[in-house]
Ligand binder design. Structure first.
Ligand code: SF4
Length: 455
């Protein structure tokens, strides 16, 4: 089937990949349905010919799974992937052979991707044999020699009979690149291609990959948690969080003018390359949630610095965020209510202590306000509307009396956000596409009421 975009080489349409679809023994015992891991969720992405597309995110965000879907190491559970206008799931046997030539993957660890018992020649010639390319031994040998020279292993003859253990890390990765290139592909997915290499040789391998892109007319996908690499290499970048793409666009725009609060936080945490520049630290809280049981609404909401208050909220956004965090901590039993109750005989003091603890956020120094550093916060320093403070105090009294249900009901009424209820759709925002209610039509102009909490 033809695609709509003549420049696109790969089109990913609404692709999801679920693992562990069947019920585990525990699921069966508890009589509950299987809880699959949604490693990739409703991903839409177009990769244009000749581009380097970066896919970035924290470890476990689904980027490697997406890479494996692109080279058909995995099949999508839902959705489809078009390669050069053809649905990858509908390739005939002959087309599959062509696909295996045109699409290659380079893995993170060259030591694992190369067979230790095969010489460099045997490793690099193998894809030619498998795909029945080349006219006999001599022809294939010439091709192997040429590609080894192309990847900087020159003179190639000196490397042909070496085994992986006799090579340096950089040389091994060059062999892995040669193995991918030898079949003259169009599209290469590179999964953390230099992360196992010594920092001193990374730039050399990356520059080589750029040169090879021109020479071989390649389209690349670079999967990396290393945002400096993404910034250096990629024309376009997609940011993944918990299996979904939350933002994508030209790399310069995504890096210099991130729209999604998660992208902002990711780049905040990257050390600046310029000497003397200050490293900013991300204004996010908590760890990446379990993909088996992801949060409702926007999956980033439990960590987001810009979670959106309801329209009638009259306090600061920071105070709202802290209230939401308090609610979550009550839900997950994360506030030591009993210990505090034992320490303070007087209820009024105990309520203050629970609130001071529950409203604090674990943030880097530059994002903290009075008291946060000690794991407690001065309530008076928060811009909490009277009604919200009353609700918090009343909910805390319920907690101290062991009445968690009533406490949650009050907190839910006061601290509820569209971010928690509705999953944001991807929407155009300038040259970027982002999935965040700050840029959704239903809450258009909300940007103005969600100030940067780091200000
Ligand atoms: S939708 Fe809400 S929680 Fe999600 S990133 Fe945007 S502001 Fe943050």
């Amino acid at each position: 089937m033809a695609t709509n975009n003549a420049d696109s080489l790969v089109e990913i349409r609404n692709v999801s990949k679920l693992f562990d679809l069947s019920q585990s023994a525990i699921d069966q015992l508890l009589g509950r349905e299987a809880q699959p891991v949604r490693a990739v969720q409703n991903v839409d992405l177009t990769i244009n010919r000749g581009d380097i597309m970066g896919i970035a995110g924290e470890s476990g965000c689904g980027k490697t799974t997406l890479g494996k879907l692109l080279v058909k190491l995995y099949e999508p559970t839902e959705g489809r992937i078009m390669f050069d206008g053809r649905d990858m799931s509908e390739l005939l046997r002959e087309d599959q052979r062509e696909f295996r030539e045109r699409v290659q993957m380079i893995f993170q660890d060259p030591f694992e991707s190369l067979n230790p018992r095969m010489t460099v020649f045997q490793s690099v010639v193998e894809p030619l044999k498998i795909n029945d390319i080349g006219d006999g031994y001599q022809d294939r040998r010439e091709r192997v020699v040429q590609v080894l020279n192309d990847v900087g292993l020159a003179p190639a003859e000196a490397y042909l009979n070496e085994f992986p253990k006799e090579l340096s890390g950089g040389e091994r990765q060059r062999v892995a690149i040669a193995r991918a290139l030898v079949v003259n592909p169009d599209f290469i997915v590179c999964d953390e291609p230099v992360s196992m290499l010594d920092v001193s040789i990374r730039a050399g391998v990356l520059n080589l990959m750029k040169e090879l892109q021109d020479e071989y007319g390649l389209t690349y996908v670079f999967i990396s948690h290393d945002l400096s690499l993404i910034r250096y290499m990629c024309d376009r970048t997609a940011i993944m969080y918990l299996g979904s793409i939350v933002e994508q666009g030209p790399t310069d725009d995504v890096v210099n003018n991130p729209k999604h609060p998660y992208t902002e936080a990711l780049f905040d945490a990257v050390p600046e390359i310029e000497p003397g520049a200050q490293r900013r630290r991300a204004n996010v809280t908590g760890e990446v949630p379990n993909p088996r049981n992801p949060p409702s609404g926007c999956r980033f909401h439990p960590r987001c610095a810009k979670i959106i208050p309801p329209e009638d909220w009259s306090g600061s956004q920071d105070a709202f965020r802290r209230g939401c965090n308090f609610k979550r901590r009550v839900q997950t039993d994360d506030i030591p209510v009993e210990e505090i109750a034992e320490e303070y005989a007087e209820q009024r003091r105990a309520v203050d202590a629970v609130l001071e603890t529950g409203l604090s956020l674990e943030l880097p120094d530059e994002h903290q306000i009075a008291g946060d550093g000690r794991g407690t916060v001065d309530i008076d320093s928060l811009d909490l509307p009277r009604q919200a403070e009353n609700a918090l105090r009343s909910a805390t009294r319920d907690l101290l009396e062991g009445n968690e249900e009533d406490a949650m009901e009050q907190l839910d009424r006061m601290f509820n956000s569209i971010c928690e209820r509705q999953s944001p759709e991807l929407r155009q925002s300038g040259d970027q596409v982002t999935a965040c209610h700050l840029y959704g039509s239903s809450v258009a102009n909300r940007e103005t009421i969600a100030p940067d909490a780091s200000d």
